[in-house]
Design a protein around this ligand. Structure first.
Ligand SMILES: O=C(O)[C@H](O)[C@@H](O)[C@H](O)[C@H](O)COP(=O)(O)O
Length: 232
């Protein structure tokens, strides 16, 4: 693992223990920020990994009506589509106590994703910043968020000085056009949490910097502390 002083690993024996610990950490961080500000915000990734953690976080006892939940990225599919990250958040996180949180999805009714960028950007700009936390996953190709290796606009997505906070991108190697936060937007957070499981992903992460994977931009930056949460 090539790590800067900004990255720390939290390693667990089981995925259940990881889900409990990460959900507890996020709940505590959101609550702590609510002692200092009227609202707290968090940006979450989709995929399959976070499902258990979302379910545990949904039961947390905190002032959910003062929490804004958004997504790090979204597939440009309608709500109800099985690949929608908003559906995952609705079904697994916005339940029980967390149902009273405010959710801001990235999918709009505009068919053309590029035409939707200004409205999504404007909506996100209203959220409390810095985020309390950004939770990222990682694919086997070293992508995170929707920063895919063969995306034509990957350089813009990974430019930490890019004033653009939200962008449309074609993953090329994965289904659906994507709306995604840029690196600059993800860095505007008190902490970044990289939630991965399995030996294969650990190997990918440990080689990410040498291989130049997109996730390396999270590991090598020195703006925002990163915690890597891993279980076999
Ligand atoms: O919309 C998405 O798919 C996510 O934002 C993406 O970055 C995800 O975190 C990884 O692809 C890992 O997905 P799994 O958890 O399903 O392996």
């Amino acid at each position: 693992m090539v790590a800067t002083g900004m990255n720390d690993w939290q390693i667990f024996e089981t995925r259940t223990e990881l889900d409990d610990a990460l959900a507890g950490h996020l709940a505590a961080a959101l609550s702590a920020d609510l002692t200092r500000q009227p609202r707290s915000s968090i940006a979450l990734s989709g995929g399959s990994t976070p499902k258990g953690m979302f379910q545990r976080l949904s039961a947390a006892d905190l002032e959910w009506p003062r929490v804004d939940i958004t997504l790090v990225d979204e597939r440009w599919v309608d709500y109800g589509h099985p690949d929608s990250n908003a559906e995952l958040v609705r079904n697994c996180l916005l339940q029980g106590p967390a149902a009273s949180a405010r959710f801001l999805g990235l999918k709009t009714t505009t068919p053309d994703i590029t035409a939707a960028v200004p409205a999504v950007t404007e909506a996100l700009a209203k959220l409390q910043r810095p985020f309390t936390a950004v939770v990222l996953g990682m694919g086997g190709d070293g992508h995170t968020a929707s920063w895919f290796p063969q995306a034509s606009n990957l350089p813009e997505l990974l430019d930490p000085n890019n004033a653009v906070r939200v962008a449309a991108t074609d993953p090329v190697t994965a289904p659906h056009l994507r709306m995604t936060l840029t690196l600059a937007a993800v860095l505007d957070s008190h902490r970044i949490h990289l939630h991965i499981t399995g030996d294969d992903k650990r190997t990918v992460l440990e080689s990410a910097v040498a291989a130049g994977y997109p996730v390396a931009s999270i590991l090598t930056q020195t703006v925002t502390p990163v915690t890597i949460w891993w279980a076999p």
